[in-house]
Design a binder for this molecule. Structure first.
Ligand SMILES: C[S@@+](CC[C@H](N)C(=O)[O-])C[C@H]1O[C@@H](n2cnc3c(N)ncnc32)[C@H](O)[C@@H]1O
Length: 223
């Protein structure tokens, strides 16, 4: 934890008020700053979760330090209910990127040093570069002011055969649209706020630069 300063630690401890015998979840373990402070504040237990395997590996020193009071699990905090067997007296989340991830250029998060466009917290799956190739894109937004898409549904909207319309739906419309965008080297983003509306943004690679176009007047104006 050298040089690692957890943000708003005093406020977090005040809000959580750790007490002896309690069980807490640190859903974004990171450098372990919150976890360490919680375990030092009371004779309690902490389940630390982080999707970054490096954070879990680095945290083994704290596991050893606090004996059986700290358990670390690699995973997403969205699974905390399952990982903690539903048992918890309090949860802390420190959402975002850790200083360790920023400090290692090869992770692709750094603003200070060049590195590959990676940005995978879990070090698994597609890197940002594989997902979206750097370059120029045309962008088309389609938005409505309707009821919005529930947050639990949003991650699945492009899945083939996923539908919320029961037998009335095929679950193919958005997945086909996404497939067409991908086939052209693009993608579709979706942002939605329940009660406010939804915005789909289609990105498609921009055509060749104007400098590659033939110079001279348009044929329609040629003499
Ligand atoms: C700002 S750091 C947390 C720092 C921590 N509070 C400390 O004191 O050291 C955020 C951490 O959340 C992790 N993270 C981001 N998204 C996550 C997710 N969906 N599930 C679990 N961990 C996640 C990142 O890997 C990163 O280590």
């Amino acid at each position: 934890m050298n040089g690692h300063v957890p943000v708003m630690l005093a406020e977090v401890l005040e809000a959580l008020s750790p007490r002896d015998g309690a069980r807490y979840i640190d859903g974004t373990f990171g450098g372990g700053g919150y976890t360490r402070a919680i375990l030092e504040a009371a004779d309690c237990r902490v389940l630390g979760i982080d999707r970054d395997p490096d954070a879990i590996a680095r945290g083994q020193a704290l596991v050893a330090h606090f004996g059986g009071r700290l358990t670390l699990v690699q995973g997403e905090f969205s699974r905390m209910d399952e990982l903690a067997d539903g048992l918890s007296d309090g949860v802390v989340l420190d959402l975002g990127v850790s200083s360790f991830q920023f400090d290692e250029p090869e992770r692709g998060f750094s603003f200070r040093a060049d590195g590959p466009l990676d940005m995978r917290m879990s070090r698994e799956g597609e890197s940002a570069a594989e997902h979206h190739s750097p370059g120029s894109y045309l962008r088309l937004e389609v938005a409505d002011t309707g009821p919005g898409i529930p947050p639990e549904v949003l991650p699945r909207i492009f899945e083939p055969f996923f539908t919320t319309k029961g037998e009335q739906g095929t679950g193919l419309g958005l997945s086909v649209a996404y497939g067409i965008a991908q086939a052209h080297g693009g993608w579709i983003d979706c942002e939605s706020a329940p009660g406010q509306g939804t915005c789909f943004t289609l990105f498609l690679p921009a055509p060749a630069q104007a400098s590659e176009e033939p110079s001279g007047p348009h044929p329609a104006f040629a003499g």
